[in-house]
Design a protein around this ligand. Structure first.
Ligand code: SDX
Length: 435
């Protein structure tokens, strides 16, 4: 807490309100509103929480003006260059980069907890074959609370660790089972000898009738995408996990709530929506029409993969993924170059347009990621599931920080009520039709 005070004059009583100022390690100062209502009788109003810090956290820092993203203080560019997803998962969970022994032990624990209870696997037979994989994954993750209630005493550090390793290890297996169910193919068991991303590709693409070798280029591309998607401070789905978790609910249920929040096209569902948009645009000659639609306030169409609540500069993750697209499409000799060329052209036209410049709308993490997933052979319907697998590490990390914080209280926002004042009940014969 700094010695600074922020003074406000309460217009209703002309009283001075002194608000304590909290100083962060990085980023803007924060006014503490704790006690504001009890001292002044007023609420604050911030729909969408655009300027509201919901918690203190030492996990991830985003500077939207400068396009900076740090995981536990390490720049995303350096982690993308030098680290692996499993090492980043350890960093996020524990706050420090692991020693060789710590990494080996963590990697071994994850590799040896990837199998699902066989009864859980039978859940998939209950889904229609064309169920959206996000519906299947959120449903099966929520049902894990019916299987693993032996270790969900969230006040116990041991139980919190078991939960963290279990969900991080098993969510790729659940995702692969959803994919195989949607293809009508047999489920493929995980192999402990494979690393996290190679195992995922094995469970997705191998079939009993043929041999399958994981392409190391594809595994490495997936690993990099997962590093970039692992966490992003208090985004919509992470805040959902924190809010659900603040009631003390089963942690698997809190993660399932995060998966549901991520699914929306304004959030993690944007990667699937970007590909749908590019396919609808079809060719560069139609770009102008769609840019015009995106600018038209009467048209609900938005340029998917563009804009961000926090980044008013280039999303550093989009920069890394765009570079990766170039390299990967060449290495994989993928046929998706027209879609990538169209995306590059669309970005070029948008970033020259005054509307996008004035509103600081830049490509975000979702703009190019779908092109890479497609090049890896992953279908559109699975794109947000891939995002969920990676973000599960961030969700678990924030959930653990929230549960371990003695200052945590159940999240319960207030409101600006604009409904009818108190009124008396009227018998049905005395009612006239509402206008
Ligand atoms: C993710 O929060 C995170 O950290 C999220 C994420 C993470 O890692 O967890 O980074 C992942 O969710 C990335 C965002 C993926 N979503 C999309 O790409 C969908 C398209 N983008 C928009 O829907 C929008 O930009 C949001 C939802 C991302 C941000 O919405 P905001 O902050 O509420 O911004 P806004 O809607 O208030 O937009 C400000 C203005 C508006 O115009 P005016 O009302 O001021 O005239 O910009 C316009 C918007 O109409 N605008 C767009 C636009 N995005 C914003 N106009 C056209 N196309 C767009 N994409």
């Amino acid at each position: 807490m700094s010695d600074e005070r922020y003074s406000l004059i309460d217009p209703t009583s002309a009283r001075r309100l002194e608000l304590p100022v909290l100083e962060p390690t990085l980023g803007p100062n924060v006014l503490s509103l704790a006690g504001l209502y009890s001292h002044s009788g007023v609420f604050t109003y911030d729909p969408g929480f655009g300027a509201t810090a919901s918690c203190t956290s030492n996990i991830t820092y985003v500077d939207g003006e400068k396009g900076i993203l740090l995981y536990r203080g390490y720049p995303i560019e350096q982690l993308a260059e030098h680290s692996t997803f499993i090492e980043v998962a350890y960093l996020l969970l524990h706050g420090e980069l692991p020693t060789a022994e710590q990494l080996q032990a963590f990697d071994h624990s994850i590799r040896t907890h990837t199998m699902l209870n066989e009864s859980l696997l039978r859940f998939f037979n209950g889904f229609h074959h064309n169920a959206h994989p996000m519906a299947m994954v959120s449903g099966v993750v929520a049902s894990m609370s019916a299987f693993y209630h032996d270790t969900t005493d969230i006040q116990m550090e041991h139980d919190r660790d078991v939960f963290a390793h279990r969900i991080i290890a098993k969510i790729p297996t659940i995702a692969a089972a959803a994919y195989k169910h949607s293809k009508g193919q047999p489920f493929v068991y995980p192999l402990n000898r494979l690393d996290y991303c190679s195992n995922m590709l094995h469970m997705f693409f191998s079939v009993p009738s043929d041999s399958y070798e994981v392409d190391p280029v594809a595994a490495q591309a997936l690993d990099l995408l997962f590093i970039l998607h692992a966490d992003h401070e208090q985004n919509c789905s992470t805040s959902t996990v924190r809010l659900a978790g603040s009631s003390g609910t089963n942690p698997y249920a809190a993660i399932a709530a995060g998966i549901s929040a991520l699914w929306g096209p304004a959030h993690g569902g944007a990667n699937e929506a970007v590909i749908n948009m590019l396919e609808e645009i079809g060719s560069a000659k139609h770009i102008g029409k769609y840019i015009a639609r995106a600018k038209d306030r009467n048209d609900p169409f938005r340029l998917m993969g563009f804009g961000h609540r926090v980044y008013k500069n280039y999303d550093p993750r989009a920069t890394i993924i765009r570079k990766m697209c170039h390299r990967l499409l060449e290495q994989l000799k993928a046929s998706d170059t027209p879609l990538f060329e169209l995306a590059l052209r669309l970005e070029e036209v948008a970033l020259r347009d005054d509307y996008f410049i004035e509103k600081n709308l830049y490509p975000n993490v979702d703009f190019y990621s779908g092109i890479i997933y497609r090049a890896l052979g992953i279908p559109k319907s699975m794109f947000t599931v891939m995002f969920a697998i990676a973000r599960c590490v961030g969700w678990v990390t924030h959930w653990r920080e929230m549960v371990a914080d003695p200052g945590t209280r159940i999240g319960r926002p207030r409101q600006l009520y604009v409904g009818p004042p108190s009124r008396n009940y009227r018998a049905i014969g005395e009612r006239e039709e509402a206008a």
